[in-house]
Design a protein around this ligand. Structure first.
Ligand SMILES: [Zn+2]
Length: 418
């Protein structure tokens, strides 16, 4: 595949000019009006490309179809595959007035992003930069994020579709694409109309470095522990007072001390105390509970329940109340039984000369929610590094490879990989 003079860069530079920062405090979808502007621009671009069934719904979910160019063999329906990327950028840092710069043939040294503000992208702090020596990097001016998360994904999908249009000799089935708002605030999948998308499976182009392939994420719950105390005038409190704040610290100390985010990695789950507040009268501990393994995850919830009942044996019943809210589940249980979805992505990478890097996500993804809504949806690299901040960059060669992976997947579904 000829990647010279690739339009993926041109597209990317056009898309990052849109400020599409999402806002977790908004109660509308999309959470910010600015995401509409990119959605409309993309819709116009899809129309100009001549795609079919283009729809932009009232929540800024944009979908389109590249129709099949291959007649199905009688009695056999070619699967419909989808590719998804998100419109928004992280609320963590401004995405307004992004001024991207291309560092050609990166020499492995420091990149001064902003001399005035002394912002330097250095391999001393980010050794992963050295992997990209000799490549062309798109970097920020040190005052904003770049927006490769996930405009690289959008540019890659658009470019791959255009490539397929320009190469009708590549036989393929129907391909669907979707761009959704508000992924960064955890709301990308809520209003995603899986039935309307109508795919057998899909891939989010929203991973990080070259080769990333993700289909395992945490099982997740929030646990709220409320503790009731008994307040008495401290001068007359002997044998009467029960200080809820002190009980809260006791509870936190009684939890497994090794199973914390700062002490775990890879497939190790944890309890993370995210907030603690209290008076003598009442106290609240908020935990997030995470584990890839469904059984271990249940055991973690049981640990919380056990500790709660132990406290209620020592202190009056209902001193401690536990409320567990399930958040999301590991998509592995949906995706793994359909191994061809993963195999196809791995094969597509190998054909592009990329070694697939399969890693468990220590978090959640839109793909996990979509998988449980009936659309199995692993995540593939978009190529960006250092997401959500001023040090974000994307190697042009990684974006070009991502385009190639999309094309190879589509070819693979069509049954012919060469
Ligand atoms: Zn993303």
């Amino acid at each position: 595949m000829n990647t010279k003079n690739s339009t993926v860069v041109e597209r990317f530079l056009k898309y990052v000019a849109f400020d599409t920062q999402s806002d977790g405090n908004s109660d509308t979808t999309p959470s910010t009006h600015s995401q509409w502007l990119l959605a409309h621009a993309l819709k116009a671009e899809l129309e100009a490309m001549g795609l079919e069934n283009i729809s932009l719904d009232e929540h800024a979910y944009l979908m389109a179809t590249l129709p099949a160019n291959q007649l199905p063999v009688t009695g056999y329906r070619l699967p419909v595959v989808g590719f998804i990327a998100h419109l928004d950028t992280s609320p963590d840092m401004s995405g307004a007035n992004v001024k991207p710069r291309i560092v050609e043939n990166y020499d492995g040294g420091d990149i001064v992003l902003n001399a005035a503000e002394k912002v330097v992208l250095s391999p001393k702090l980010f050794p992963e930069l050295l992997q990209y020596k000799g490549e062309d990097l798109i970097v920020t001016d040190g005052t904003t994020l770049l927006g490769a998360d996930d405009k690289a994904g959008i540019a890659e999908i658009m470019t791959a579709i255009e490539y397929l249009q320009q190469h009708p000799e590549i036989p393929h089935g129907k391909v669907r694409i979707a761009f959704n708002p508000d992924e960064e605030i955890g709301c990308g999948a809520h209003l995603f109309d899986v039935a309307q998308f109508g795919c057998d499976w899909a891939y989010t182009m929203d991973g990080g470095e070259l080769g990333e392939l993700e289909y395992e994420n945490f099982n997740a719950a929030t646990a709220i522990v409320r503790i009731k105390g008994l307040n008495v005038h401290p001068g007359y409190a002997k044998d009467k007072m029960r200080n809820a704040s002190l009980l809260a610290t006791q509870f936190a100390t009684a939890m497994p001390q090794a199973d914390r985010p700062e002490r775990t990695t890879d497939y190790e789950g944890f309890f993370h105390l995210t907030a603690i507040s209290g008076t003598v009268e009442e106290a609240t501990l908020t935990y997030i509970v995470r584990d890839h393994d469904a059984k271990k995850f249940e055991q973690r919830l049981a640990t919380l329940q056990h500790l709660t009942s132990e406290f209620n044996k020592v202190y009056p019943a209902d001193t401690v109340m536990l409320h567990i809210k399930q958040q999301y589940r590991n998509m592995r249980e949906i995706v793994e039984p359909q191994k061809h979805i993963i195999d196809l992505a791995k094969q597509a990478m190998l054909e592009a000369g990329i070694t697939p890097v399969v890693r468990p996500i220590r978090g959640g993804t839109d793909g996990a929610q979509l998988s449980f809504k009936g659309l199995p949806c692993p995540n593939i690299f978009a190529g960006g590094v250092n997401f959500h901040g001023r040090y974000e960059f994307v190697p042009i060669q990684s974006m070009e490879k991502a385009v190639e992976v999309i094309v190879n997947i589509v070819k693979g579904v069509g049954g012919k990989t060469q």
